[in-house]
Ligand binder design. Structure first.
Ligand SMILES: NC(=O)C1=CN([C@@H]2O[C@H](COP(=O)(O)OP(=O)(O)OC[C@H]3O[C@@H](n4cnc5c(N)ncnc54)[C@H](O)[C@@H]3O)[C@@H](O)[C@H]2O)C=CC1
Ligand SMILES: O=C(O)[C@@H]1CCC=N1
Length: 272
């Protein structure tokens, strides 16, 4: 990213994850700026990475080439409208907020050079995955910069249709929580079968990690990998039959669709 100056507006969980990834990739700390009203969060980032910190968004955004909007969706409009008079029209804006579309952002900011993306919390350990959408005003060089930025914390995947961000939010943005829920449920089931709590938790967590790594690394797809574990008339088949009899696939479909619907609803509520 050369001498590109990057400013994060909002220095919470997701911003801290991406900043950590950029620093680990060797981006000079002096090229990274973060703005947040809470000094404690800023100090933690300064101590960890030596980046520049600000409590004033306008000062942090001044001279930035890329501005990453990483505040909660509910305060995005207010933050953008305050920032708008301080933008120079050349900057690339990257928003990671759920449910805020490019049309609202460009209206509030007065610029349409926007990449909207949806990362997820495994970004914290550089194992995130993000969906990215760029408006027509974003140049090829800026697209590359956005891809490098999100690529610093995991896999970055471009979308040609902005509406698909709702689906990305539902599958991978919220997705880590679904896997954590499964780990919780498997841990509880293991405890019920007599395992010590810590042992049950380790078995569930490391099984999730192993299965996920296999799914990412193998040439086989998830269905084939599942079939490899499932011996005819064996233990896995008994469990899978119970899950399917309980409507597992339909339940996951309803859950993911509910998240996508909520993402659309947020967009409608917050773009007014
Ligand atoms: N947590 C998650 O799993 C994901 C979150 N997101 C999106 O990322 C965004 C940030 O989420 P988190 O980092 O989880 O939230 P967070 O609450 O950890 O971070 C938001 C930060 O904004 C700061 N802030 C509040 N008012 C501000 C202002 N006026 N100017 C500058 N900073 C201000 C807060 O002090 C806080 O540190 C949200 O829009 C969310 O939709 C996207 C993908 C996944
Ligand atoms: O739950 C949420 O609204 C945010 C967006 C994706 C993950 N967390």
């Amino acid at each position: 990213m050369g001498n590109t100056q990057i400013t994060f507006i909002g220095a919470g969980n997701m911003a801290a994850s991406i900043i950590g990834g950029l620093c680990k990739q060797g981006l000079p700390a002096n090229n990274i700026n973060a703005s947040n009203p809470d000094q404690a969060q800023l100090q933690a980032l300064k101590n960890a990475y030596g980046i520049n910190t600000f409590t004033d968004n306008d000062r942090a955004a001044k001279n930035a080439d890329i501005i990453v909007l990483a505040v909660k969706p509910q305060i995005m409009r207010q933050v953008c409208e305050q920032l708008a008079p301080h933008l120079n029209g050349q900057q690339l804006i990257i928003s990671i907020a759920a449910g805020i579309n490019c049309s609202s952002l460009s209206r509030w900011l007065g610029t349409a050079t926007i990449v909207r993306c949806m990362p997820n919390t495994p970004a914290l350990i550089q194992q995130g995955v993000s969906g990215l959408y760029a408006t027509a005003q974003v140049s090829a060089a800026q697209r590359q910069q956005a891809e490098q930025l999100l690529g610093a914390v995991g896999l970055a995947i471009w979308l040609e249709d902005e509406q698909l961000i709702d689906a990305v939010t539902a599958v991978s943005g919220s997705g880590p929580a679904y896997f954590f829920l499964l780990i919780e449920a498997m841990t509880q089931a293991g405890i019920k079968l007599g395992l010590p709590a810590e042992t049950a938790a380790q078995l569930a967590k490391y099984t999730a990690q192993g299965a996920s790594s296999m799914a990412c690394q193998s040439e086989l797809n998830a269905t084939q990998l599942r079939q490899q574990v499932t011996s005819p008339n064996g233990t896995t088949e008994a469990a899978i039959n119970a899950l399917q009899a309980g409507g597992f696939n339909a339940l996951v479909d309803t859950a993911v669709s509910s998240a996508a619907a909520r993402s659309q609803q947020l967009a409608q509520q917050l773009s007014e």
